[in-house]
Design a protein around this ligand. Structure first.
Ligand SMILES: Nc1ncnc2c1ncn2[C@@H]1O[C@H](COP(=O)(O)OP(=O)(O)OP(=O)(O)O)[C@@H](O)[C@H]1O
Length: 251
């Protein structure tokens, strides 16, 4: 595991999840061992470096071929841990928003967002959580539309709302969550999503290529390159070179 950078005010916390994965993705060997510590963790790295595959491995989806070795452990606040390797994805208590919104075309926005209640073992549809998710992503006015009647950014908001409305989720995985969403809407959403995630105590792991997004989220950044974890720590430290480059361009 690479050395973790940390400033005094961001001393390492006990991890809440640990993922060790080895997989062959075409010509790329994905070999990563990482601990998730922060309320919001960002996987950052170039295209094709293995970020989405790591997220999928956490979900319990098959990644790579032929042999994939995955150890995924949930660590509770009392220090007890549970290996989830053999637990099917539907029973891992993980909410996942894929990179491209995979909305159910025959259901309207409202039913798409409440769909996790229908497939999870939740005894009742919690309309408060669904309403909260529709409100958070400004979807009430679109609640009766189908996927084909939505713009790309609107469909992405439904994709995220569905993840946020997943009952009993103990981890939220968001793959490039602001794809197709305009900057102003994203900037308004970021603090709200942080607040909701913190209130619920549900850690979030997202994938991004966007330095500003990682900084605004005050996230812990895991830098991935060529299938490996190269660095992990506060966004300002891990992304210092990128921040300097952006500042030089703006001068
Ligand atoms: N099942 C698979 N079989 C073969 N190659 C794969 C498989 N899944 C992913 N890959 C390859 O592995 C590499 C990593 O893919 P991955 O989607 O994890 O990258 P990423 O860092 O998320 O990229 P991006 O930022 O472009 O979304 C890519 O080169 C991809 O083509």
């Amino acid at each position: 595991m690479p050395e973790r950078t940390s400033s005094p005010e961001t001393a390492p916390r006990a991890p809440h999840h640990r993922l060790a994965v080895t997989a062959t993705l075409g010509a790329l060997l994905l070999s990563a061992d990482l601990e998730l510590h922060a309320p919001w963790t960002v996987l950052f790295g170039p295209s094709g470096s293995g970020k989405s595959s790591l997220l999928r491995a956490m979900c319990g989806f098959e990644v790579g071929s032929p042999a994939t070795s995955i150890q995924f452990t949930r660590i509770a606040s009392d220090g007890t841990s549970r290996r989830l390797d053999d637990v099917p994805s539907s029973r891992r208590d993980i909410a996942y928003a894929p990179q491209s919104p995979a909305l159910l075309p025959h259901l309207d926005v409202g039913r798409n967002v409440s769909f996790p209640f229908e497939v999870c073992a939740s005894p009742v549809r919690d309309s408060t959580v669904v309403d909260e998710a529709l409100g958070l992503f400004k979807l009430h006015a679109l609640a009766e539309r189908r996927h084909r009647e939505l713009s790309g950014g609107e469909a992405q908001r439904v994709n995220l709302a569905r993840a946020f409305a997943t009952p009993g989720a103990k981890l939220l995985l968001l793959d490039e969550p602001f794809n197709g969403i305009d900057r102003a809407t994203r900037d308004a959403l970021l603090p709200e999503l942080l607040r909701v995630a913190a209130e619920r105590g549900v850690p979030v792991v997202s994938v991004t290529h966007d330095v500003e997004e990682a900084l605004r989220l005050e996230a812990e950044v895991v830098r991935i390159d060529a299938g490996r974890v190269m660095a992990q720590g506060p966004a300002r430290e891990v992304l210092a070179d990128e921040v300097k480059r952006i500042a030089a361009v703006m001068r």
